[in-house]
Design a protein. Structure first.
Length: 344
């Protein structure tokens, strides 16, 4: 938990069937290739310091198809070791996850928002930082389905082969930390008040003048970098009926100096410095929901802000459409975070 991490958010809605600067997908949405610079993803410091990294995969996909089948997700291009599939050479077309083609709410996520199939791998740093990361989705009966576009979340943590490795995601409560909660109850729908601003659908909101020094407390003077850990997301009741795909949601976060955090934004570029929460699930219309986050996607590394006061902005996205902004009418949200110092 005191380890700096790197995040890579791959939104397949930004890929077309013709090649672009960031990649290409096929017409059935069963294979995606992203052109990724790992030096940017990992940051210059981690890229130079470590030779190997732990890699965690998260995935959501709106189900498509009427035939009950299990699909296997393969990854190629990033030197995954100690992993093989049906006798193939380790590191080549590594099977990283499975999902049901017909069960929408089980696409790698179980009830409670926890990633049911988060897989942990070791990646040897490639000789060339610029890689072609190919993700293939194959059905076990060898048929070629036509799928909806999915969204991939990758987390990287340094791996030191000469030490007994402790998973940084399992040691939260053994570290000094600070907790805080942000709730939209203090904001006004479709208006601006003394605490911030929010749109009328509760899907985009900003908390203004949040004093991070006061939140972090004594940790502020001890560390220059921190991990922001999303612990819970509470969703208020609303009468809006949402499809299964729409109910897989996450927030994009801006306002802190997030480091080693890269994501697709357009068909021609990657964004840097934008964070996001783990995927959480809104159950049904007129039902409130709360998810607890303990998977790798819950951690974001950031630098100590130059100013104590920051504006924290949140925008909601959905798995529907390969990762589109959600504009449906929602209700209040409550987000709980922990802050942990990073040891250099």
């Amino acid at each position: 938990m005191q380890t700096e991490v790197a995040k890579l958010h791959l939104n397949t809605a930004n890929l077309g069937t013709t090649i672009s600067q960031i990649g290409i997908r096929n017409t059935t949405n069963t294979e995606y290739t992203f052109f990724v610079d790992l030096r940017l993803v990992l940051g210059e410091t981690m890229f130079q310091k470590y030779e190997a990294f732990k890699v965690y995969f998260g995935f959501v996909n709106p189900s498509s198809g009427s035939t009950a089948n299990i699909d296997t997700i393969f990854v190629n291009g990033i030197n995954l070791i100690q992993a093989s599939y049906q006798g193939k050479e380790a590191g080549f077309n590594t099977a990283v996850d499975i999902y049901s083609q017909t069960v929408q709410m089980n696409d790698s996520f179980s009830v409670g928002g926890k990633n049911a199939n988060t897989q942990e791998f070791v990646m040897i740093k490639p000789d060339n930082a610029k890689v072609s990361l190919t993700i293939s989705i194959l059905r076990d009966d060898a048929a070629v389905p036509t799928l909806s576009q999915g969204v991939f979340f990758l987390t990287f943590a340094p791996f030191q082969k000469d030490k007994i490795y402790k998973n940084p995601f399992n040691y939260l409560y053994q570290n000094e930390l600070a907790n805080f909660t942000l709730t939209t109850q203090i904001l006004s729908a479709g208006a601006t008040n003394a605490f911030g601003t929010m749109n009328s659908t509760f899907t985009t909101f900003t908390f203004t003048n949040v004093n991070m020094r006061r939140i972090i407390g004594t940790l502020w003077d001890k560390f220059d970098k921190f991990n922001l850990v999303c612990l819970t997301v509470g969703v208020g009741q609303t009468a809006t009926a949402m499809s299964g795909a729409q109910r897989l949601l996450w927030f994009q976060i801006e306002g802190l100096q997030f480091i080693n955090c890269i994501g697709t934004t357009t068909t021609s570029s990657y964004s840097q410095g934008i964070g996001y929460t783990p995927v959480f699930r809104y159950a049904t219309a007129s039902t409130s929901e709360g998810d607890c986050m303990d998977n790798p996607s819950s951690i974001l590394s950031f630098r100590k802000p130059e100013s104590e006061n920051v504006d924290l902005a949140f925008q909601m996205f959905t798995a529907n459409g390969g990762g589109a902004a959600l504009n449906s009418q929602m209700n209040g949200f409550s987000l709980t975070f922990a802050v942990v110092g990073i040891k250099e």
